[in-house]
Design a protein around this ligand. Structure first.
Ligand code: CAA
Length: 283
């Protein structure tokens, strides 16, 4: 059982993982590159906790306990004593490998390393360390505090002990973990990404309006968001990145990014985060 949790990255995913771990009673140390980004991450969590209090779903004491469990740091060395470190920085193989090789020098030998990557091979990341048996994927879904799924990804080197400990840890966060293998897209994105790409193709070819495509899946299939809204929510750049990795690996046209997606990303239409994607969020 883990007693100390480390997270690298205080963005949307790292912040969400920090929040659920702290709310589940774990002391969490989260590393970011600047004090401003740490303050931003803690500010976002505070806002969500305040909203939960307003809705009567949380009390003040629980909010304070959660925030008291969170320590922000700009120094990776503060993660030395953690039992598990979950990396959640941007999808950049070189940057992630640098972080893991530094963690390899810093952390105690028993520490389990996990990456929240949605698309990079876990075994390639593990190669940056000397503990591939204690290395795995812990893929959370956005928004982390809401989505129940965690894909626990094992490589050919991951030991049963490390896998089982991470699986139980995901359960202790109130999540419903699934067992996934180290293949591009794991389980969910292999199904989700071609669906989103098909919706973009449908829109690109003028077969329906963006609203009608979204309504068809929301109202006809009970999805909480239509595919174009969901692409805006996840980030067009993220979907393009995952699609390109899966296409490169499988050489299957299912995963080929539609030209419109690439044009939009190049033009800075990244979705909600850039305030414009398939829809306009400037208001
Ligand atoms: N962070 C934390 N909590 C959030 C949140 C956020 N960013 N956004 C919404 N919530 C919470 C709200 O506080 C609210 O909580 P309560 O029920 O406790 O009050 C709850 O979610 C519902 O929110 P809203 O009423 O404001 O809005 P909604 O009903 O439209 O739900 C949604 C919002 C949960 C995002 C919902 O639209 C949804 O489930 N969308 C689909 C999300 C999805 O598919 N995610 C997976 C993306 S794929 C991925 O992450 C993997 C990858 O590798 C690409």
């Amino acid at each position: 059982m883990f007693t100390k949790i480390g997270v690298v990255g205080f963005g949307q995913m790292g912040g969400g993982i920090t929040q659920v771990a702290a709310q589940s009673g774990f002391p969490v140390t989260t590393m970011e590159v600047s004090d401003e980004l740490i303050a931003k991450g803690i500010g976002f969590i505070t806002k969500l906790l305040d909203r939960a209090i307003e809705k009567g779903k949380l009390d003040q004491a629980a909010k304070e306990k959660t925030l008291g469990n969170i320590t922000g740091t700009t120094d990776l060395k503060d993660l030395a004593e953690c039992d598990i470190v979950i990396e959640a920085v941007t999808e950049d193989m070189v940057a992630k490998k640098e972080i893991f090789s530094e963690l390899e020098r810093i952390c105690k030998p028993e520490t389990i390393f996990a990456s929240n990557t949605s698309s990079l091979p876990i075994s390639d990341l593990a190669a940056a360390t000397k503990r591939p048996d204690k290395f795995l994927g812990l893929h959370f879904f956005n928004p982390v505090p809401v989505m129940k799924l965690v894909e626990v990804v094992r490589t050919i080197d991951t030991s049963d002990a490390a896998f089982d400990a991470a699986f139980e840890f995901a359960k202790s966060l109130g999540k419903s973990p699934v067992k996934a293998k180290d293949t591009p897209g794991f389980i969910a994105n292999v199904l989700l990404v071609p669906y989103l790409l098909d919706a973009i193709r449908q829109y690109e070819h003028g077969l329906a309006s963006r609203e009608d495509i979204d309504d068809a899946m929301k109202l006809g299939c009970g999805h909480p968001m239509g595919p174009l809204t969901l692409t805006d929510f996840i980030g067009l750049d993220t979907i393009l990145y995952i699609a390109d990795i899966m296409f490169e690996e499988f050489k299957d046209s299912h995963y080929a990014a539609p030209p419109l997606l690439r044009r939009m990303v190049n033009a800075g239409y990244l979705g909600k985060k850039s305030r414009r994607g398939f829809y306009d969020y400037t208001a």
